[in-house]
Design a protein around this ligand. Structure first.
Ligand code: T5A
Length: 214
């Protein structure tokens, strides 16, 4: 696969969607073929699974059912959008991917990480992002941003302790994989955060371009 697979991760309300939109515009202006997509979702079938997952009326959903639905959405997304896009040489910008499963269903729901990773490998054929931008923000600000948007989905309605575990889970992942996962403080203005992300992504694309020239 010749494209670049860049994912954005972080707790709910960290600003991923805002920043992904700005980054996609920036990279397109620089002449890159960019595909902006998200999880759960990204294909018609995966979007139907997203509706099931985020519908607050499904409060009875078992943690394993939840994990398998995220994986099913991902399998279709990889097969239909991400894999073909990478084969065409595109820069795929994806709002959440497997790290979210490790953190939300693993660190927060307490499902076994190794089992989640094994099912994820089956769902994705072993696809791992080339670069992951992790947006982190203090817990008080995150709660404020989540609440400012009104209607909350099934996951956003979880207790504060759940969201604290999510935040810590992401920080632990970043500490374990510093080469792939780049931590960006998301407390600053939208422009400051955007500039920090552009620096990291341009550096990554430059290094990747050099490797391909060799
Ligand atoms: N999930 C997902 C799992 O449990 N397992 C999985 O495997 C996967 C893939 C998805 C949910 O599913 C869970 C995680 C999620 O709970 P979603 O709606 O896609 O649901 O949720 P998010 O990805 O978290 O998207 P959000 O829209 O909730 O958050 P974002 O994208 O991080 O934040 P954004 O950009 O929408 O910004 C939030 C608010 O903050 C403001 C924005 O204007 C907005 O109001 N904001 C800022 N304010 C001040 N300063 C800044 N720098 C700001 N940046 C943004």
């Amino acid at each position: 696969m010749t494209g670049s697979f860049i994912t954005f991760e972080g707790p709910d309300g960290a600003g991923k969607t805002t920043q992904l939109t700005l980054l996609a515009e920036h990279l397109r202006r620089r002449g890159h073929a960019v595909r902006l997509t998200r999880e759960p979702g990204g294909t018609p079938l995966s979007d139907k699974i997203r509706s099931l997952l985020l519908d607050p009326s499904h409060s009875e959903m078992d943690a394993r059912t939840e994990a398998l639905l995220y994986m099913a959405s991902r399998a279709q997304h990889v097969a239909e959008v991400i894999g073909p896009g990478l084969a065409r040489g595109e820069v795929i910008l994806c709002d959440r991917f497997a790290d979210s499963t490790v953190v939300y269903q693993g660190a927060a729901r307490r499902l076994a990480k190794q089992e989640l990773l094994a099912i994820n490998r089956f769902a994705t054929g072993g696809l791992i992002p080339d670069l992951t931008i992790l947006l982190d923000c203090d817990a008080v600000r995150l709660t404020g941003r989540r609440k400012s948007r009104g209607g909350q989905d099934r996951i956003e309605r979880e207790a504060e302790a759940f969201h604290d575990n999510v935040r810590q889970g992401f920080l632990d992942l970043a500490a374990a994989e510093p080469e792939r996962i780049k931590l960006v403080a998301a407390e600053g203005s939208v422009t400051d955060v955007h500039n920090a992300i552009v620096k990291l992504v341009e550096e990554f694309l430059r290094r990747r371009g050099k490797r391909e020239d060799q």
